[in-house]
Write a protein that binds this ligand. Structure first.
Ligand code: C2E
Ligand code: MG
Ligand code: MG
Ligand code: MG
Length: 280
């Protein structure tokens, strides 16, 4: 797949010596072990409500602990997707995230990322419902982020899953909005409450007029469809000020807070309101 589309490659002995392939197979094996042995760590990054400066929710971001090193999603999610092991990761993350919600009542709401594969996974909806019951968590505290950058092969199934989980109180957000294959189709078909504008459009709005126009346009579209807008990759105060000016509803980024382990943000409590008062 990496060599390009529409190519057939016949496996031969010499492939076994190819470092590339050995790396991939060994790497995938290591990843599978890590997931099976529960070496999964969730970090959390706050998302603030622009009008009030209050933390509206925390996004759970997965890392793997391999040989005492933290491995970030960029270096394992593509490999897991190749091996079709991504579903297993999603199951573990969902279980852990919902357990945290039960253990930390001070977390107002939590966003959980799901891969596009999750939506063709018949077992996931029942698992989510089971975990919610098991840990007695209010489903209204859960937001699922569906990344738009992967193509959805099962649109009807996805809509069914979103409708089912919306019925019990969960919210959905279209993540990485603007980078996908069928942006407007998703916007039209998926019953999501919010649109998370991809960070690549957000991070340079103070200097790049094209990015600024795009972010403004995405926010306006979200508004006219009765959805809320969220901006990620807010890396400085000027960007936050401009987003507030545009009317963007929620913001997230290194300028507000970096992702951190659960103990780091619970105490001491994050004081973000001053970010907003300087902006208004
Ligand atoms: P995402 O959901 O769009 O998450 C945002 C990513 O941007 C996170 O990277 C976060 O650490 C990073 N980020 C946050 N603020 C800033 C900023 O101001 N500037 C910059 N440059 N980056 C910022 P991370 O944690 O490496 O995650 C990457 C992607 O991996 C996520 O993108 C999401 O698509 C995926 N992912 C993360 N956790 C999970 C998970 O539990 N399950 C699944 N299926 N995917 C996950
Ligand atoms: Mg996300
Ligand atoms: Mg993103
Ligand atoms: Mg995102």
């Amino acid at each position: 797949k990496r060599r390009g589309r529409d190519l057939v490659h016949v496996y031969s002995e010499k492939d076994r010596d190819s470092e590339d392939l050995r790396d991939t197979i060994e790497w995938i094996h290591q990843l599978q072990q890590a997931i099976a042995n529960d070496q999964i760590i969730l970090h959390f990054q706050p998302v603030i409500h622009c009008k009030t400066g209050k933390v509206a929710y925390y996004e759970a971001l997965v890392r793997l602990n391999i040989d005492d090193k933290l491995i970030y999603p960029g270096s394992f999610i593509p490999a897991l997707e190749r091996a079709d092991d991504i579903k297993l990761l999603d199951h573990q993350v969902v279980g852990k995230a919902i357990k945290y919600l039960a253990e930390y009542p001070q977390i107002p709401r939590m966003a959980i990322n799901l891969s596009a594969h999750a939506f063709s996974d018949e077992k996931l909806t029942p698992l989510i419902e089971h975990k919610i019951r098991q840990y007695r968590v209010n489903p209204k505290r859960i937001i699922f982020e569906l990344t738009e950058s992967a193509s959805l092969t099962n649109l009807a199934g996805t809509v069914r899953m979103i409708e089912r989980l919306t019925q019990i109180g969960c919210d959905f957000s279209i993540d990485d909005f603007g980078t996908g294959f069928s942006t407007f189709t998703y916007l039209k078909q998926l019953p999501a409450k919010s649109v998370k504008i991809d960070g690549s459009f957000v991070k340079d709005i103070t200097t790049d007029p094209i990015d600024l126009a795009l972010v403004r346009a995405i926010h306006d579209i979200a508004k006219s469809l009765n959805k809320v807008s969220v901006a990620e990759f807010v890396e400085d105060q000027e960007t936050l000020n401009l987003l507030i000016e545009l009317g963007v509803d929620y913001a997230q980024g290194y300028h507000i807070a970096k992702p951190a382990s659960i103990d780091n943000f619970i105490e001491p409590e994050l004081d973000v309101s001053k970010l907003i008062s300087t902006a208004l």
